[in-house]
Every structure is written in C-alpha cells, then in structure tokens.
Design a protein around this ligand. Structure first.
Ligand code: NAP
Length: 291
C-alpha cells in the first residue's frame, strides 16, 4: 500500500507557487489577491476559511477576509460581490458555504464574475468543465486530479466508481475522470443514495472516490485487491482526548481497507490539503490572465 499524501503534494504545489509569486513581485507585476466571504460563525467554515487565508500568506498572495453577521441581508452580500467583481485588484472571490438559510447559495454563486470564480461553482465554470475547455474547476475535484498527477497515477482505461453525486465533489469528479485528459480517460460509474448494490459496483472499481459524508462507509469487503481509493469525506466526530473536542473521520474504513489498496488517501492529510492547494492554483491562474 502506498499513501497518496495530500499534505506533501500540496506543499510541493505551494512551494512552486511561492517561487512564481516572488518572480511576479521581482518583475513588478500584479500579485494574486483572493477575497473570502464568510457569513455567520459556523465552526467548520471558520476553520476552512482560516486555512485558506493562511495558505495565501504561505505562497505570498494578498488575501482579504470579509465577515458578515449571521443575519446579514442577501442584498448586502450581493452588493459586496458586485463591488469585488468590478475591482481590478481582485483575482478570486470565494463565498464559504453553507450560507445561512435566508441567503440562496445559487443566487450568491451566480453573482460572482466567472472570471473570478476560483471555487469553480458558477454555472459558466461548470459548463466549461463539462465541455473540457479551460476553466476554474472546483477546488476539491481539481485537488484530487492534481494529487493523481503528482503521484503519476495512470488512470487511463480504469474503471472509476464515484460514490456521491454532489455538485461540488461527486458530479465534477465523474466528469473530470471521464474526460480525454491525463489523469482521466476512465470509465466512470456514479453511485448515490438510491443506487442498489453499491458493494457490487465498488468491487469492480480500479479507482473508488468516496464522497458521501458517511464515516467508514467503504469497508474492506467492498474493495478489490490493488484498488486506488480516494477518501473525500470529512466528518467531525467527538473525541474528548483532543483539545478541539473532535477528530476528523473519512468515508473509508482506512485501517482495514488500506492493506488491500495500491494507493489510498489518509484522512486527514489527503484530499483536504489538496483542496486548498487547488484553490491557490485557480487564484494564481486568474491573476496570470490579467498579468
Ligand atoms: P453532499 O452534498 O451531502 O452529497 C453527498 C452525496 O452522497 C449525495 O450525492 C448522496 O446521494 C450521496 N450519499 C449519501 N448517502 C449515501 C449512501 N448511503 N449511499 C450512497 N450515496 C450516498 O456532500 P458533499 O458536499 O459532496 O461532501 C461529501 C463529503 O466530502 C462530506 O464528508 C464533506 O465534508 C466532504 N468534503 C470534503 C472536502 C475536502 O476538501 N476534503 C470538500 C468538500 C466536501 P443523493 O444525491 O442521492 O442524496
């Protein structure tokens, strides 16, 4: 079993970006600038946004965190996005989801200029991804593609089974892996909560991407020898031995599944760090479109 170490791969990507950003600075060119919008004080969202801001600092990007109270009006958030869309210094705008119930995720995502949509959630970005034309691909699936590339995993002709069909992970992952790219060129099966006999599909998989948010759903009896397993799941489970009071669990029963795999991602330290590295890549690319 080999580990697809997202922490290491993400660090390698960030190290390269740091050099590229320093070069931009030396040449007197524009430095990438990411703006994160956080509405309310959801604990997990706070952690994710803090990690993104920290990554910006690491690679030398400018970052701005705009915070709104939980009860802020949708209009105020939309007006802010409009201002950011029109600000030439801003390369990337991300709105941390989920938003409070009175604000529509879709309305907010649709308000972001697709040229600054570094989270890749805008319908224009999704449409371009489906067509296989260059765009901002949403950070988690893009991060997984970067991880496969980093470890030179040959995916061509492999059968990939994606468990989960969400717009931010499962669905884009299924499209990216089926595209005529490297990594890519897989034959893809998408499973979801209405799929019957998920185990039968998983047992046929050369690659399993588990993205359903159910801890340890993928067990050893569902995985064939030599499979590549990507665990996207992150669920906080109570752990009194931790200072935070919780630990992170994936969708794969790592201890028993890992011995059967050729490659597997850990949780934490797998897909999570790659998601942030991918966001940095998208922001850099957005800036380079202006430089
Ligand atoms: P989501 O929007 O809740 O989607 C979950 C998907 O899994 C749905 O398509 C659902 O099917 C399917 N599903 C649920 N229960 C199932 C079951 N028992 N059998 C088969 N399929 C089932 O979740 P998400 O946003 O995609 O996130 C999935 C997990 O990834 C979560 O743990 C999340 O925290 C994690 N995540 C991690 C990162 C990262 O950076 N590492 C980023 C994003 C998300 P239906 O469509 O039929 O409901």
């Amino acid at each position: 079993m080999n580990l697809l170490d997202g922490k290491k791969a993400a660090q390698a990507i960030k190290d390269e970006l740091k050099i590229d950003v320093a070069q931009l600075s030396t040449e007197g060119k524009k430095i990438p600038h990411l703006v994160a919008i956080l509405v309310g004080n959801n604990g997990a969202s706070e952690t994710y946004v803090a990690a993104k801001v920290k990554a910006c600092e690491e690679v030398g990007f400018k970052s701005t965190l705009i915070r709104f109270d939980e009860d802020e009006s949708a209009m105020k958030v939309l007006d802010t996005i409009e201002e950011l869309n029109n600000d030439p210094d801003i390369d990337g705008i991300l709105v941390q989801l989920p938003l409070p119930k009175h604000i529509s995720d879709d309305e907010v995502i649709n308000a972001i200029d697709p040229d600054k949509d570094v989270d890749g959630f805008h319908p224009v970005s999704v449409g371009r991804m489906v067509q296989g034309v260059p765009t901002f691909v949403s950070a988690t699936p893009y991060g997984i593609m970067l991880l496969l590339k980093h470890y030179k995993i040959d995916t061509k002709g492999k059968h990939a089974v994606i468990v989960g069909r969400s717009n931010i992970v499962g669905r884009p992952m299924s499209i990216l892996l089926s595209n005529n790219t490297n990594p890519g060129n897989c034959t893809v099966t998408v499973c979801h909560s209405k799929t019957e006999n998920i185990k039968e599909y998983c047992l046929q998989a050369d690659i399993i991407v588990a993205a359903l948010g159910k801890t340890e759903f993928i067990t050893a009896d569902m995985v064939k020898e030599g499979a590549i397993v990507i665990d996207v799941g992150i669920t906080r489970v109570s752990d009194t031995s931790k200072k935070s009071g919780f630990k992170l669990k994936g969708d794969v029963a790592f201890d028993t599944v890992a011995p059967k795999c050729s490659w597997i991602t850990p949780v934490p330290g797998g897909v999570g760090p790659m998601t942030i590295a991918a966001l940095m890549m998208n922001t850099y690319r957005s800036c380079m479109m202006k430089n």
